[in-house]
Design a protein around this ligand. Sequence first.
Ligand code: S3P
Length: 197
Amino acid sequence: MRRRARELGGGFNFSTPRLLDESHIEAMSRHRHKQIYLLGFMGSGKSTVGELLSRELQWPFIDLDAVIEAGQGMSILEVFERSGEPFFRQLERAALTEVVKTEPAVIALGGGTFAYEANQELIRETGGATIWLDCPAETLLQRCSTMQNRPLFRDPESFLRLLETRLPYYHLAEFRVATEGRAPQEVAEQILRLRVF
Ligand code: S3P
């Protein structure tokens, strides 16, 4: 299992988003974005990094899952248990349709949001920056296996299989930050160094 997790952590041949590190900062576009969309698998730190970014930029922070929970008056886990994933995806699309209207904003997507083309289109139409928090499978697994609030975490095998199906979509993000070995504050700083906001 560990080996499989490590294998998932690298060696992909997708067209890769620009990796945010020092050597790439200067090459960044000077286009000013008024929205930041954080994407990545569950446990990658989207909400934590999003909060930090919003504080630094003094932009509102919107957590898409929290919007859905507030709208339903129940947790995402309960939505899944009561109504199933297809219904959750409808709620997710509806919430995203509203959320994209806010600017400026830092928006943390759910782990599956960017895996749907219609959602990608909604996001792209806003011209916001899409940033993938790329975290190794092993770390994600470690973090999520102790959490009780993730309906799609059943067992390590299916978790890693799901991650595998998601990676091609995450690779469609405009930017990628490798989060391994970086505290959330460092990840946020790395993003802010883009100076395109
Ligand atoms: C999901 C991830 C969750 C939440 C829902 C579905 C997914 O968000 O939207 O449980 O499909 O990967 P987080 O990535 O914030 O855990």
